[in-house]
Design a protein around this ligand. Structure first.
Ligand code: NAD
Ligand code: UFG
Length: 345
């Protein structure tokens, strides 16, 4: 019988790509999502892309904080592991509405962990973030680099990491992998799945994509006076399909009896500046992206990229794609779905 994996936040940008990879890999995927920042159309498209494995996807519109609903789900089905993406992720919004972030991300996670424990499901892969490295003094960041949070969103990630460590200390039968990943971009090569943020995009590439399709006039570049090659911020961009493969590798690792509570970076190990990324997107799309130079965005790090050695060594995983493929696939998605999942049904 195939393994059944519960994916919280599975209708979202990253979750949808992982759900597809799970189905293609022969897993059963059960998605829990409240659809606050996603569309059910993504799930329909995943089923189509998964072909004969499509029926192995089921969806439950549940908010993670709804404990009775979660209880009912766990009582009806046995899960081999949980991949946990569900959460709010906009840094600026978390500064304005900290309680909303602590409520959703912390209470959602604690409720999930309680229900998992009650049903004897003790394997978890959690979406942490490279944001926990703050403004690093030394790059690349390794899993041992100092951590700090610059905003409530980042603090929810740090707190959840600590909760997971405490849980494992209290009961060593838990197996938990904390994945700190860097800046996911790109889309499934079919162009059927991709990032579709609500409102004004916070992140670089969704904004660039909306400029390219004519929804916004120009990209505001936050900071041109950093001590980097061209003065703009440097990040470790990773193709979302590589990230999905990293999750499958983490899932396999959860079956290794030696695993306790482990943290892994998922990145490419390479730093790319904002202007380099824009140039790569212009090349892939053939569209000019007008730029407006602006001051630094509060809370942004100058240079953030990660060491990939631990994931390569212990998960046997390495990112395959570079920024050309990321921009090619992102443009494929954007040009086919200029208004995201609302473009078509
Ligand atoms: P996303 O918003 O597209 O996906 C998150 C999903 O969770 C959405 O579908 C949303 O509707 C759902 N959700 C939120 N709160 C919920 C709740 N209480 N109950 C049920 N469902 C809920 O975001 P994403 O980019 O796919 O990110 C997924 C995870 O990865 C998040 O935890 C995020 O913090 C983390 N992460 C994202 C990035 C990034 O740059 N995109 C980087 C590092 C880490
Ligand atoms: N940027 C712009 N203009 C924009 C948006 C972003 O110049 O309109 C710049 C930023 O100033 C930064 C770079 O592009 O220098 C990357 O910014 P993003 O907002 O795309 O990504 P961040 O690195 O700030 O953060 C993202 C996610 C976090 C996650 C982190 C992990 O938003 O949730 O990656 O590294 F934790």
């Amino acid at each position: 019988m195939s393994s059944s994996i519960l994916v919280t936040g599975g209708a979202g940008y990253i979750g949808s790509h992982i759900v597809l990879q799970l189905l293609l890999g022969g897993y059963k995927a059960v998605v829990v999502d409240n659809l606050d920042n996603s569309s059910e159309i993504a799930l329909k498209r995943i089923k189509d892309l998964a072909g004969e494995n499509g029926p192995n996807l089921t969806f439950n519109k549940i908010d993670l904080r709804d404990k009775p609903a979660l209880e009912k789900l766990f009582a009806s089905e046995k899960f081999d592991a949980v991949i946990h993406f569900a959460g709010l992720k906009a840094v600026g919004e978390s500064v304005e509405k900290p309680l909303m972030y602590y409520n959703n991300n912390l209470i959602g996670t604690i409720t999930l962990l309680e229900v998992m424990a009650a049903h004897g499901c003790k394997k978890l892969a959690f979406s942490s973030s490279a944001t926990v490295y703050g403004w690093p003094k030394v790059v690349p960041c390794t899993e041992e680099s100092p951590v700090s949070a610059m905003n409530p969103y980042g603090r929810t990630k740090l707190f959840i990491e600590e909760i997971c460590r405490d849980l494992h200390l209290s009961d060593s039968s838990w197996k938990i992998i904390l994945l700190r990943y860097f800046n996911p971009v790109g889309s499934h090569p079919s162009g059927s799945l991709g990032e579709d943020p609500r409102g004004i995009p916070n992140n670089l590439m969704p904004f660039v994509q909306q400029v390219a399709v004519g929804r916004r006039p120009a990209l505001t570049v936050f900071g041109t006076d950093y001590g980097t090659k061209d003065g703009t911020g440097v990040r470790d961009f990773i193709h979302v399909v590589d990230l999905a493969d990293g999750y499958i590798a983490a899932l396999n690792k959860l079956s290794d009896p030696s695993v306790g509570c482990e943290v892994y970076n998922l990145g490419t190990g390479k730093g790319t500046s904002v202007l380099e990324m824009v140039a790569a997107f212009e090349k892939a799309s053939g569209k000019k992206i007008p730029l407006v130079k602006a001051s630094r965005r509060p809370g942004d790090a100058e240079i953030l990229y990660g060491s990939t050695e631990k994931a390569e060594r212990e998960l046997n995983w390495k990112a395959k794609y570079g920024i050309e493929e990321m921009c090619r696939d992102q443009w494929n998605w954007a040009s086919k779905n200029p208004y995201g999942y609302d473009s078509t049904n």
